[in-house]
Design a protein around this ligand. Sequence first.
Ligand code: NAD
Length: 381
Amino acid sequence: LKIGTPKEIFPGEARVAMTPESAKQLQKLGYSCLIQSGAGKAAGFSDDAYKEAGVEIVKTAPSLWKQSDIVAKVRQPEDKELGYLTKVKTLISFFNPGGNEAGMEAAKEKGANVIAMEMVPRISRAQKMDALSSMANIAGYRAVIEAGNNFGRFFTGQITAAGKVPPAKVLVVGAGVAGLAAIGTSTSLGAITYAFDVRPEVAEQVESMGAEFVYLDFEEDQQDGAATGGYASVSSPEFREAQLAKFRELAPDMDIVITTALIPNRPAPKLWLEDMVQSMKPGSVIIDLAAERGGNVEGTVADKKIVTDNGVTIVGYTDFPSRMAAQSSTLYATNIRHMMTDLTPEKDGQLVHNMEDDVIRGSTVTHGGEITFPPPPPKVQ
Ligand code: NAD
């Protein structure tokens, strides 16, 4: 069969779902690879590099979609792209199934099979296909780089002939995949790094990375801010008050705040309130990685960088992985390639959409003319 990757059409999206390297691996699975001309350009992969890797270059999107049995892309498909689907096609892409009823209906009507990359179950066996994690890792790293770019000072402390420079103080709120990547990057740049999460079990990980876990004055057995299956749930009002009180105390002392707190299927919790922003020093920087889901910070504007009256920069960009398109494309294309490996048990270029397999079943949102979202819970943890 043929697997093809079109150029992303979402404005500003620089990632691509197939790289020359991933194409070589896909060919080892028995597939022919196609790419739309220019699809890799913004991520640093030229048509020539694909050609050298044995990929056929196709001029236009309609032709690419027409010729491909399997289409791998990054962003949730737009209406035009859904229009190219047919009964014999499989689409592998981010799809946002929870908020994309119309997209699922369209794919179902066409009879196409859709694998939504954000639905890959978070079990050990599927980590190699976990694109949410690979993208969150990049977002966390890039958040620190973005903060450094907007912060007019060093991260690390220095004693120089021209004077003594104190180290920057960085607070990371939310220590999931993105938060841990931010913590690692921040400590490696030499900042004094603090981190908070409602899941106290991450404290050890935070400390092993050289950061300080922020504890609340709160009875742990009353804490329901914690977890269901490794994820956060909504905090009790008492817990939230204790958390906000702690942040209020920290705010005047922090140079950089990076927020990454999310609760599955809910808007992002508001954790860094207006008065905390107001009490920060001029020149401080906030990076709100939750901006796409409404933001953790009061005053964040999605996709914008703003400077408050008291001189605090708040960055609400929602495209951090795309801002590191070479890296994110490489990791995403590898996630896709691993998905294809599981879909090709005989390595003979034939896709076997095995709905008995937990990972494939869990990620499939339309199959055989049916909507198959939401999936049943996985059998194996
Ligand atoms: P996420 O993006 O859903 O949330 C980010 C973090 O925000 C979480 O750590 C969450 O606890 C925290 N948070 C929520 N509300 C908060 C609040 N009020 N204050 C402070 N922090 C708050 O999470 P994620 O990065 O997707 O990871 C969630 C969990 O899943 C982690 O334990 C991670 O290790 C685990 N995980 C497992 C696998 C796997 O097994 N394959 C893969 C990825 C992640």
